[in-house]
Design a binder for this molecule. Structure first.
Ligand code: FMN
Length: 348
């Protein structure tokens, strides 16, 4: 049944397909969905318990509408958002394009979302969940100052999250990537960490970086992350670069490219940050995951957790259980008792 639904959805315009997928996910609770769990996948990162290291990447559940259903289909954690303080339409449509032959997507959505009030309300209506919910925040396109807007949105969302990700890397909001520059970054990190210190619960903070930069740039980010005790870095967002071997007709669309063609680029950033941080900073690997081997590689390169998005739109929700089962086999064949033992084995 899920396969025929997937066949239909994949023929629809991608944004329409996405909203239909969100609606249909609501019915998962009426299905006899068997989640697969195994103790070798359990791990504790930043004081949070994950029953497996695979998370839904930001952008899928922008308004925190289906995170409980995503937990149910087997994700160990969900990063909802990107949410902005006020609701906004995003860029003109069409703005999502499948690159079927390349196992990829190009999107230029531009933080379309219903705003923080609606988002937080959705979370409070669904309080009973036992997995990890991250909140990914960004600035409104028309705000006077991205720095101030990000700080305010951080404060508004902090108490509802298990961890907060500051998205300073989406390519579809003009100038957002400038927030990764030294001075802007310092201004943001200083304020949000000082806010965190004033709170009773110290929750993990992540920043999400782009894959299109130099080693010097990532080195500067890492220094600031350490200086301000930021817990982790999510590597990476979508890329503006286009590999020469893309073949799909949509390959020239503007926007961020995700999926298989992003894998090596984002893995290179992950490897660099892992080597430079020497295990002191948590890394979350995202970009091009389709199989358990892809997950395992990212973990061996230094990721403590991973996320995916594009491959689920191609293979459907059953992919998560398939990956988890195969991952358990990979661990066993290497004689490892727990996924944690694989973190960074190929980077140090
Ligand atoms: C349609 C679409 C929308 C996205 N929206 C967001 C977003 O709002 N915030 C964000 O941080 N990343 C967003 N991303 C990036 C993903 O979170 C992820 O970093 C990227 O797609 C690479 O992972 P993948 O290759 O598994 O898709 C989006 C990706 C896609 C395909």
């Amino acid at each position: 049944m899920i396969n025929s639904f997937l066949n239909i959805v994949q023929k629809l315009e991608p944004e329409l397909a996405h909203s239909l997928t969100l609606k249909s996910l609501k019915f998962i609770k009426f299905m006899n969905w068997k989640d697969f769990n195994h103790p070798s996948l359990n791990l504790k990162i930043c004081n949070l318990n994950f029953d497996n290291p695979i998370g839904m990447a930001a952008g899928f559940d922008k308004n925190a509408e289906v995170f409980r259903e995503l937990f149910q289909i087997g994700f160990g954690f969900v990063e909802a958002g990107t949410v902005t303080k006020l609701s906004q339409f995003g860029n003109p449509k069409p703005r999502v394009f499948r690159l079927k032959e390349d196992n990829a997507i190009i999107n230029r959505l531009g933080f379309n979302n219903k705003g923080a009030d609606n988002f937080l309300n959705n979370i409070s209506k669904n309080k009973s969940y036992s997995k990890v919910l991250g909140i990914n925040i960004g600035p409104n396109k028309n705000s006077d100052s991205f720095v101030k807007d990000i700080i305010e949105t951080f404060k508004i969302t902090y108490s509802s999250a298990d961890y907060v990700t500051v998205n300073i890397s989406s390519p579809n909001t003009e100038s957002l990537r400038n927030m990764q520059q030294n001075e802007n970054l310092i201004n943001i990190l200083k304020e949000i960490t000082s806010y965190r210190s004033s709170e009773t619960t110290q929750k993990p903070i992540m920043i999400k970086v782009d894959p299109d930069n130099t080693e010097a740039h990532y080195g500067m980010i890492l220094n600031n992350v350490k200086k301000f005790n930021i817990d982790g870095i999510i590597t990476t967002n979508t890329t503006l670069n286009r590999a020469n071997d893309l073949i799909s007709k949509n390959k020239r669309e503007d926007g961020g490219l995700s999926g298989l063609p992003l894998k090596d680029t984002s893995n290179n950033v992950l490897k660099f940050l892992s080597k430079e941080s020497n295990g002191e900073v948590v890394l979350i690997g995202v970009g091009g995951i389709e199989t358990a081997k892809d997950v395992y590689d990212k973990i061996k390169f230094g990721a403590s957790l991973v996320q995916l998005y594009t491959s689920m739109t191609i293979h459907g929700p059953g992919l998560i259980n398939t990956i988890k089962k195969d991952l358990v086999r990979l661990l066993a064949s290497d004689g490892l008792n727990n996924i944690k033992d694989a973190i960074g084995v190929e980077s140090r």
